[in-house]
Design a protein. Structure first.
Length: 210
């Protein structure tokens, strides 16, 4: 299996937007293993709408939990126990973009975190980070967690208003490449996402062994 695992430095940093952006630039399928919260729509529905991909490119979630909370708590409230054995990617041809829930250290079960799922999937990680104040600390901590586990890190995608000094700090202190910068978009569309060109070769990143 080749592709990317998309995670973030925090919640609401733009993981779903970045997942849709990826699908406008590479021929891939999308999978959200655990969906917590479905209003106003699921992340899968958002990706399909923004990227305008066929329905068969959106793979069914392993778990859909009604409350927009960390997976372990959303599952508890729904009376569900998340079984990691069910978090095996569905069969598909070609590349896969897998989107995590929350950040890397968000609990998935009583004894596993989102970073443990990333380790099992063993896909190059794309870390989505805000451009604004606080991002340096959050991003460097996330990079450290990834590298401490020896996981493959493809690079960082920065979302929000252009903030050159924060980007420079992330690249310098994190010793990491920025794949793209995506500004805030009031009403994102496929054409807008498609116009934002990656700064690195996505196909190469998706298939190289780190």
């Amino acid at each position: 299996m080749h592709g990317f695992f998309v995670t973030g430095t925090d919640t609401d940093v733009g993981k779903t937007l970045v997942s849709a952006w990826l699908l406008t630039h590479i021929d891939a399928s999308y999978w959200k293993p655990v969906q917590a919260g479905t209003e106003p729509e699921s992340d899968a529905a958002t990706v399909r709408r923004l990227a305008e991909v066929p329905a068969d490119r959106i793979l069914p979630e392993a778990y859909i939990l009604p409350d927009p909370l960390a997976p372990h708590e959303a599952a508890r409230r729904a009376g569900i126990t998340i079984d990691q054995n069910k978090l095996e990617p569905p069969d598909c041809d070609g590349l896969m973009v897998i989107e995590g829930a929350g950040g890397l250290m968000v609990p998935l079960t009583d004894d596993a975190y989102m970073i443990d799922l990333a380790a099992e999937l063993d896909l190059p990680i794309i870390l989505v980070a805000r451009s604004t104040l606080g991002t340096i600390n959050h991003t460097l901590l996330s990079i450290e967690a990834i590298r401490r586990r020896g996981l493959p890190l493809a690079g960082v995608v920065i979302t929000g208003p252009e903030t050159p000094h924060n980007r420079a700090a992330i690249e310098r202190y994190g010793q990491i490449d920025v794949i793209a910068e995506i500004p805030w978009l009031e009403a994102p569309s496929r054409s807008e996402l498609r116009d934002i060109q990656p700064e690195l070769d996505l196909l190469k990143l998706a298939t190289v062994k780190f």
